[in-house]
Design a protein around this ligand. Structure first.
Ligand code: PMP
Length: 310
């Protein structure tokens, strides 16, 4: 019997339908989806060599577009991948793709692959990096989980340490996260909390984590080795302060997560989602707590009213 049969419900994720038609922006041109292909010799395919961003569109405005593109170019720089486009050119290309696909509310994926090279590792044998921009619709988790709260587990596999490959680089190789995601799916849940090699709390496979204890909101410091989430930063800078909270960034222990009043996750696709259980432990009585609810409402109000594009 295949291993697949042990997967329970969330094994098929609720990620939105892929646009089977539509225009993909590739290396300067909009091309029909079916013509948007990459070479089998692209190191993006051969080695997961490249970087990407996932960006949300709300009522035609592109949420934190500049921050995403800056992070994209920082990732590229860390990988010694010279971006084929300037930030301004990339911004125009994203806008063009959103418009061509008439995306009012949706999701944009921006990708640099290393480009076509040899079968060896050497990235400098590759030609120009390929630039791909896909605009799609999205629904990461079932809507009911936003009301009921989402159970998560603690992955047995640690997050890759900064010294090996800094998780702040949003690289195309997500195997560390995918293997932890498999642990979650096999346990019948969608997300897994990853610790770092020192045993401290890092982040989930595709989301950052926050805890609420009393009047205090805390999230792991970036030193833990996490993706510097753009939603995370927006919650720290704008959403939490709007409700009178200051977010502490510090080293966070797993015990504190399990003993928290509330736990919530943030991400471009997830937005703000409350956690109902960490493993067997229920949080806020196995429901979404009041602070998480208030933050989620405030987040959605802001982005739907006029999403900041800075
Ligand atoms: N951590 C990881 C590993 C991620 O892949 C993501 C994005 N899906 C996040 C955190 C959240 O980051 P952002 O808010 O920038 O989407």
């Amino acid at each position: 019997m295949s291993d697949q049969s042990t997967l329970s419900t969330p094994a098929t994720t609720a990620t939105g339908p892929l646009p089977l038609t539509g225009q993909v922006w590739m290396n300067g041109c909009l091309v029909p989806m079916e013509d948007a292909t990459v070479s089998i010799l692209d190191h993006g395919l051969l080695y997961g060599d490249g970087c990407f961003e996932g960006i949300r569109v709300y009522n035609g405005r592109i949420f934190k577009l500049h921050s995403h593109l800056i992070r994209m170019h920082c990732s590229a720089e860390s990988l010694h991948l010279e971006p084929p486009y300037t930030l301004d050119q990339l911004e125009q290309a994203v806008r063009e793709t959103v418009e061509a696909n008439q995306i009012e509310n949706g999701y944009v994926r921006v990708i640099y692959t290393r480009g076509i090279g040899t079968l060896g590792l050497n990235p400098f044998t590759c030609g120009t990096p390929q630039t791909i921009i896909i605009a799609a619709t999205i629904a990461l988790y079932p809507e009911s989980l936003y009301d009921e709260g989402m159970p998560i587990i603690v992955a047995s596999r640690p997050r890759i340490p900064i010294a090996c490959l800094d998780p702040k680089i949003k690289g195309l190789n997500y195997l560390n996260n995918i293997m932890a995601k498999v642990e979650a799916l096999k346990a019948g849940v969608y997300e897994a909390l990853m610790l770092n090699c020192d045993g401290n709390v890092c982040e989930c496979t595709g989301d950052n984590i926050f805890i609420v204890k009393g009047d205090t909101i805390t999230t792991p410091h970036t030193d833990a080795g996490i993706l510097h989430g753009i939603t995370r930063q927006y919650v720290i800078d704008e959403v939490a302060p709007a409700l009178g909270y200051t977010v502490q960034e510090r080293r966070l222990e797993l015990d504190e997560v399990v003993a928290a009043d509330e736990v919530f996750l943030t991400g471009t696709a997830a937005e703000i989602i409350g956690v109902s259980h960490v493993g067997e432990t229920p949080l806020s009585g196995g429901e979404v707590g009041p602070v998480t609810k208030a933050l989620g409402t405030e987040f959605r109000r802001r982005v739907h009213q006029s999403a900041p594009e800075d």
